[in-house]
Design a protein around this ligand. Structure first.
Ligand code: FE2
Length: 496
């Protein structure tokens, strides 16, 4: 009796951990602004205007100030919940946004971190800017798979550093040092490719964006970068360049074959969304919407999920093309278990990027390759759902996935969700660094194929949603699994 109970409860525990890692949102239903749903759970916004006491604001006073000023100026933001949300695209961007350009991680040692991500994600190291290229300010390494660019940056000693040699001109030794000591391994910059970094910056700053780094034309006389505050200590970086984005930044040089295995490829192709955790959604959503013009693409509240398991509210902001997606999460309080968002905010010492969702062109292949390397330098994954989850999957997605594909999902621990338009296959790694903060999501979206003006097929952004349905689906399958084990136990006990 006791051993059976033990294994059951420990299984449940690990699965609850999985469930809690599924954030996320959606859309599709009716958005009626005057029918506001009152949140049953406490958030920073509903708890009244007591002074904000999280470490978020303590560690980044300037960012917090910008966020609360924005909140005062634009108090109209209210969560309406999934059921009252109508998806519309007002195409309200204040400046032309093409796509995600790159993500820059700040870390203590760039080459080691870069090589770990390279091996774990199947992204070859393609370019460098470091002492060997004449950069004495920072060591930066670029990983690339398809359109996905990850940059890892660490400082050199300020005693030998010539700041004008920095390939990324916004680099600052003291800012980097305080960033890494506060956050550990974390995302410093989410970069988007814009028509012009100059006009994106001036449009943003004139609408309240907090300036971080004014536009600078780089040495090739065509690439420009600029930065404004995003949330916490992270920045939104604008990059404009003469090419189609296949180059990178001047100052980066290709690496040789000894340094990198260029054929490394597990099928990852681009960044789908970059999610931020913040103590309170309202001020951050208002701040970002105001200066970018991005629209609300999807949202959900803890109430939508049907249980308090999620411990979060979520909103997704999107550009006109809906290929740049910025989901944001806030914790909800008063649930049985502490919100995973609150845990993040404590360990990260404030707001920051929670996860990066990477699109695979073949999630089964990507997962086979990644799982092979979990124990040998790669990334580990959150615990897989119980068999009951995959039994139910046939009725949930049997029209989209074959029996073989459902079996493959089960083998690899892939979760499946869908919305009114498409299907989402998703899986989450465990946090990638020391702290229980940033992690990676691998996704593949199925459906929503459209044709552009030239007749080229493309997939509509956010097709299949972000995995909101998996909160309740995991909860349900765990309950069913528990009952199944209980019944089995009763039968076995009766037989002996
Ligand atoms: Fe996600």
């Amino acid at each position: 009796m006791s051993s059976s109970t033990l294994s059951l409860s420990s299984h449940l525990l690990s699965l609850n951990a999985t469930t809690r890692h599924h954030h996320h949102h959606h859309h599709q239903h009716r958005r009626i602004r005057h029918r506001i749903v009152t949140l049953p759970l406490k958030t920073k916004a509903t708890m009244g205007k007591e002074p904000i006491t999280t470490t978020a604001t303590a560690s980044s006073p300037a960012g917090a100030a910008a966020e609360s000023e924005s909140a005062a100026a634009h108090a109209e933001f209210k969560l309406v919940g999934f059921k009252n949300f109508i998806r519309t695209n007002p195409k309200s961007d204040h400046f032309p946004v093409h796509r995600f350009h790159h993500v820059e991680f700040w870390c203590g040692d760039a080459i080691n971190t870069a090589k770990r991500f390279s091996w774990g994600l199947g992204m070859p190291l393609v370019a460098k800017s470091d002492l060997s290229t004449g950069n004495s300010a920072h060591a930066s390494y670029l990983l690339r798979s398809g359109q996905l660019n990850f940059v890892f940056t660490a400082p050199y000693s300020p005693s030998i550093s010539i700041s004008s040699s920095a390939a990324i001109p916004s680099f600052s030794f003291p800012v980097h040092r305080s960033f890494t000591s506060s956050h550990g391994l974390a995302v410093r910059a989410v970069a988007i490719q814009v028509e012009s970094a100059f006009s994106a910056y001036s449009a943003s700053v004139s609408r309240g964006a907090k300036p971080i780094s004014p536009p600078i034309l780089l040495s090739d006389n065509k690439t420009a970068i600029a930065e404004v505050h995003l949330y916490g200590d992270s920045v939104l970086r604008f990059v404009s360049c003469g090419d189609d984005g296949t180059g990178f930044l001047p100052g980066f040089e290709p690496v040789d074959n000894e340094m990198s295995y260029q054929e490394l490829d597990y099928g990852i192709r681009r960044l789908d969304h970059a999610v931020g955790n913040v103590p309170e959604l309202g001020p951050v959503v208002n701040y970002l919407k105001e200066f970018t013009g991005f629209h609300e693409f999807a949202e959900f509240t803890a109430e939508d999920v049907g249980t308090a398991e999620s411990g979060l509210n979520s909103v997704v902001l999107a550009n006109n093309n809906e290929n740049v997606l910025f989901p944001l999460n806030e914790p909800v309080y008063g649930t049985k278990r502490k919100s995973q968002i609150q845990t993040y905010l404590e360990h990260n010492e404030g707001s920051g990027v929670q996860h990066l969702a990477l699109v695979s062109e073949d999630i089964f292949r990507t997962l086979r390759e990644m799982r092979k390397r979990s124990g040998i330098g790669g990334f580990e994954f959150m615990p897989s759902p119980p068999p009951t989850y995959y039994k139910n999957l046939k009725s949930r997605a049997g029209d989209v996935l074959t029996d073989e594909q459902i079996q493959e999902c089960e083998k690899l621990g892939i979760l499946v969700d869908r919305d009114d338009q498409g299907t989402l296959l998703q899986i989450f790694t465990k946090p990638v660094g020391d702290r229980p903060t940033i992690f990676i999501e691998i996704i593949q979206r199925i459906g929503c194929m459209l044709k552009d003006e030239e007749g080229t097929l493309y997939q509509k952004g956010g097709c299949g949603g972000f995995g909101k349905g998996n909160f309740s689906e995991l909860f349900k399958s765990i309950e069913e699994y528990e009952k199944m084990l209980e019944a089995k136990h009763v039968t076995e006990t009766a037989a002996t």
